[in-house]
Ligand binder design. Structure first.
Ligand code: NI
Length: 131
């Protein structure tokens, strides 16, 4: 399953300020696009609570934590990702991100990746906007 094409805004003429981007987000588990390169999207999201178990058959997924501590639960192990750290969930591995307290993440993944992977839940967003 892939997302519809996302219109790309003109190239910014200034650096992207992550704090400013996060300040424009007022909900959880709803990624916004802040960059695109080489077929990959750079997304930001605020997370709180537990997401849904899912996997991505063909895509690795990078989570860079910039605030808080994210727990990446997988069937056989759990990886704790602190601010300033990242973790790449390998393709095919079932995972469930959990944020006991609020977490801000930057995601790098192919434009085709749906954040809920192989499942569709009430959290699934099929078209993401640029901010
Ligand atoms: Ni995922």
């Amino acid at each position: 399953m892939s997302s519809p094409p996302v219109p790309r805004p003109p190239s910014p003429v200034s650096a992207v300020n992550l704090a400013e981007k996060f300040s424009r987000i007022d909900d959880f588990w709803h990624p916004r696009i802040v960059g695109a390169l080489n077929g990959q999207l750079v997304k930001v999201a605020r997370l709180q609570g537990a997401f849904d178990w899912h996997h991505h058959a063909d895509e690795d997924e990078l989570f860079l934590v910039v605030r808080g501590t994210l727990r990446m639960e997988m069937r056989d192990e759990t990886v704790t990702i602190a601010a300033g750290e990242f973790y790449i969930v390998p393709r095919g591995v079932e995972h469930r991100p959990v944020a006991d307290d609020e977490v801000h993440v930057v995601l790098f993944e192919p434009a085709s990746t749906l954040h809920t992977g192989n499942v569709v839940t009430e959290k699934t967003r099929t078209s993401l906007e640029w901010i």
